[in-house]
Design a protein around this ligand. Structure first.
Ligand SMILES: *Cc1c(COP(=O)(O)O)cnc(C)c1O
Length: 347
């Protein structure tokens, strides 16, 4: 096949911001080292696009959720630097871990048994201190199976680090009491928001994800964290609407006077979901161009009244400053990143 012609939508990544965000989070982690959560294809932004930047900035510990994610990360870093959060759910997972060298996070006594059965020793261990997701219960850590593991990173995960609630201090205290009970090389508790809770949450290794990619889970991170992802789409047709004409499926917008509209090459299949809804807009520089009618799968129509000079082929930006975008779209900052579709990333 010949090379495809240039696309009409693209995801611009600010790699300096990505590197700067990792360094900022590493600094905020104090004497602890910052790792990087790179699960879900680096939160939707692309392993190949992000991993080299994070590695070159200094990250040495990477977290994925699934075993299927290991190979793509291992193109850029040694497998021993990759931890797999879901752990060995089957003997095949344990065998794969042994064969490739990526490190399992053990989340239950069953997983500990499976890992030991596969001849494994060195691993990470997740202990649940209240989120009740993955991880051993504190009461289980005296089990001889745990004693047989060689724990590199002992970790737990905060449920509410983006909020000022007592649960953060309770989880911190619970984690502290567990540390002397399980021999380990490193302790790790904080995600992005946890880093902003204070140095006492950092221990030896922090695990930022969202904030690397420009998310601001707590206001105190708004200063150091910069936007990384800039989705952009081109105008592919101009239309002059007459008064009374409607736009899009179900004719939900009606022009009340003659007006210029632009059809833009991005839709919900690209992650520009209908929840942007009423009040949604695209940007031409600082000029807001409001959405007209419903978002389609591959297109959306905008009002060009405020930018009458725009032509077919001109590019518009999605308003992807994540804290504002989350308020506007009713999606979480995490969702805003991970919904971005594959067509955006082919540029
Ligand atoms: C996803 C994840 C992280 C990263 O969390 P952010 O809120 O994105 O910083 C850290 N630790 C674990 C166990 C995770 O699942």
């Amino acid at each position: 096949m010949p090379d495809a012609p240039p696309p009409t939508l693209r995801l611009r990544l600010d790699r300096e911001a990505l590197a700067g965000n990792w360094r900022a989070l590493d600094n905020l982690s104090g004497s602890a080292e910052a790792g990087a959560a790179v699960k879900a294809d680096c939160y939707g932004l692309g392993i190949d696009a992000c991993l080299p930047t994070l590695r070159d900035a200094g990250a040495k510990q990477f977290f994925v959720a699934h075993w299927s994610e290991v190979a793509a990360v291992a193109r850029h870093v040694p497998p021993a630097q990759i931890s797999v959060l879901h752990g060995p759910l089957t003997p095949a997972d344990a065998a794969y871990s042994k064969a490739c060298g990526a490190v399992p996070v053990i989340n239950s006594l069953e997983q500990a048994q499976r890992w030991l059965d596969a001849g494994g020793r060195r691993c990470d261990l997740m202990i649940d201190t209240g989120i009740n997701r993955l991880g051993l219960a504190p009461a289980e850590i005296g089990d001889p199976l745990v004693g047989a593991l060689e724990v590199n990173t002992l970790m737990s995960h905060l449920a509410c680090a983006d909020e000022d609630v007592d649960m953060n201090a309770r989880q911190l205290a619970a984690f502290r009491t567990l540390l002397p009970l399980v021999p380990h090389q490193r302790a790790s508790l904080a995600n992005s928001a946890g880093i902003a809770l204070g140095r006492e949450y950092a221990f030896d290794l922090t695990r930022p994800g969202l904030a690397l990619y420009g998310g601001v889970p707590r206001d105190d991170l708004a200063g150091p964290i910069r936007q990384v992802a800039f989705p952009e789409a081109a105008i592919i047709q101009l239309r002059d609407l007459e008064a009374g004409q409607t736009v899009g499926y179900n004719a939900t917008f009606t022009a009340d006077a003659p007006m210029r509209a632009g059809v833009v090459s991005i839709g919900y299949a690209d992650g520009f979901l209908r929840s942007w809804g009423k009040g949604g807009y695209l940007l031409n520089g600082d000029i807001r161009l409001r959405l007209l009618g419903k978002i389609s799968m591959d297109m959306v129509v905008v009002d060009l009244t405020m930018a009458p000079g725009l032509r077919e082929g001109d590019w518009l930006s999605l308003p992807y400053s994540l804290p504002d975008a989350a308020r506007q779209s009713a999606l979480s900052q995490y969702e805003l990143l991970t919904v971005l579709g594959s067509r955006l990333k082919q540029a």
